[in-house]
Ligand binder design. Structure first.
Ligand code: ATP
Ligand code: MG
Length: 405
């Protein structure tokens, strides 16, 4: 029995009924997934006067009507919710169900309808099909001018019969999907000011991976505007969690040394190998289990499979490339959906664009890359960059970013 049900006043009371969807398949891990989702929802709704309850197949949120729209907006950013309904709650007995349904359909305008019953409480004496007929009859008798249409009804009347209480609803809202953030260990997202990397971060979070963002900057070659752009992008990603840590790497020295010492065609390859080395060390420092980035196969010279292999060689850490096989237009669609696109297309240059050579090698050789790296002593520079990151805590709602750790 659900603990909270005793406390509820049932007449015309609504709750948000959350379905776990894909979570239900996680047999042994189920409780862990549900508890993580519960904590995430609680966190997201902490500024609202709500009560949240969970059982093995559903979560229920009691709310105040005036806050519903705002709550829905927050829930739409919680991964692990696949579907939710705003449901009327009623005692599980046939008369109460009938009476509430009569009241509810009285206020609704529709011509055709269909009743769908789910009988989760198998001790309830009337089977689902019988219930559909029975309630269909009740609606036909009490609402003039309506008829049943089982194929394409204007109104779906859904009833879920559970122990003690049942739920009637007419709507279905699609949740953000995916797995609750925190069901995987942390990933370190390489966040540039471009279009691809925020989308990669969003997709990684959707798989349950909390992220720290890492931005490589090369001041004075790059501007503070470029940094602010990345902060704004981090805020958009923070919408899906409570806050995001953004680590800013001072990459100036490493880049200058590369361009001073290495053959121009190999500069990008070497630069990216240096980035990966720094990423691995930062992952170790901040307990990350993977590097995440916005690389997309074939997009630029450093993202051919040959390049990726040579660049990837410096780390044994998993590198997730969520948009690896997406077309640019598909990535742009997602960027628009998560509201990062307009920020990403602002014109400020970042460290990759400032130093682009005319003819970067498309099919680099690993031997040559290693030879280029022998031309300067990069290890102390990498350690220096790792030891001197600036970390900013970015919240979705934060207007300023003065919160330097
Ligand atoms: P994006 O790929 O995000 O649109 P971009 O096209 O400028 O930006 P690429 O040159 O395609 O970036 O680099 C591939 C990936 O490497 C980026 O998606 C991002 O994950 C990472 N990256 C590039 N530049 C930086 C940077 N300055 N700081 C952090 N990560 C970076
Ligand atoms: Mg790119």
């Amino acid at each position: 029995m659900i603990k909270y049900e005793k406390k509820l006043r049932c007449h015309m009371k609504r709750v948000i009924l959350i379905k776990y969807g894909e979570l239900s398949t996680k047999k042994g891990n189920r409780n862990f997934f549900i508890n993580t989702l519960y904590q995430n929802i609680k966190n997201k709704l902490k500024s609202f006067d709500v009560s949240i309850f969970k059982d093995r197949s559903r979560m229920y949120i009691e709310f105040h009507d005036s806050e519903l729209e705002e709550i829905k907006k927050r829930l739409d950013c919680v991964f692990g919710i696949h579907m939710y309904h705003i449901a009327y709650i009623v005692d599980t007995n046939i008369d109460s169900i009938k009476n509430l349904l009569i009241e509810l359909v009285h206020d609704l305008s529709f011509k055709t309808f269909k009743v769908e019953t789910k009988r989760s409480d198998k001790s309830f004496p009337i089977h689902s099909q019988e219930m559909n007929h029975l309630l269909g009859g009740v609606v036909l008798k009490n609402k003039i001018g309506v008829s049943v249409d089982v194929h394409n009804p204007e109104l779906f009347i859904k009833l879920e019969i559970r122990e003690d209480h049942s739920y009637i609803y007419f709507n279905a809202y699609r949740g953000a999907g995916g797995y609750p953030i925190g069901t995987q260990p942390k990933g370190m997202l390489m966040l540039s000011g471009g279009i691809d990397s925020p989308v990669a971060g969003y997709l990684a979070m959707k798989r349950g991976i909390p992220i720290d963002c890492v931005y490589f900057e090369a001041i004075p070659h790059t501007s503070l505007d470029a940094r602010n752009k990345v902060i704004e992008l981090s805020k958009k990603l923070a919408k899906y969690t409570s806050e995001v840590h953004l680590h800013i790497v001072n990459f100036t020295r490493v880049q200058e040394e590369i361009y001073k010492n290495c053959h121009p065609s190999y500069c990008i390859t070497i630069m990216r190998r240096m980035m990966y080395r720094i990423m691995e060390k930062l992952a170790n420092k901040y307990h990350g289990f993977a590097i995440v980035n916005g690389e997309s196969v074939g997009q630029v010279a450093s993202q051919t499979l040959t390049s990726m292999r040579v660049i990837n060689e410096v780390t044994s850490m998993p590198v997730l490339r969520p948009v690896a096989c997406f077309d640019k237009l598909e990535i742009i669609d997602l960027a628009k959906k998560i509201d990062t696109y307009d920020i990403s297309i602002l014109p400020y240059e970042d460290c990759c664009t400032v130093f682009v050579p005319k003819h970067p090698v498309i099919n680099p050789s690993l031997d040559q890359a290693k030879k280029e790296e022998e031309k300067f002593n990069f290890l102390p520079m990498i350690d220096y960059a790792v030891d001197n990151v600036d970390t900013i805590v970015v919240c979705e709602t934060e207007k300023e970013f003065s919160d330097l750790l």
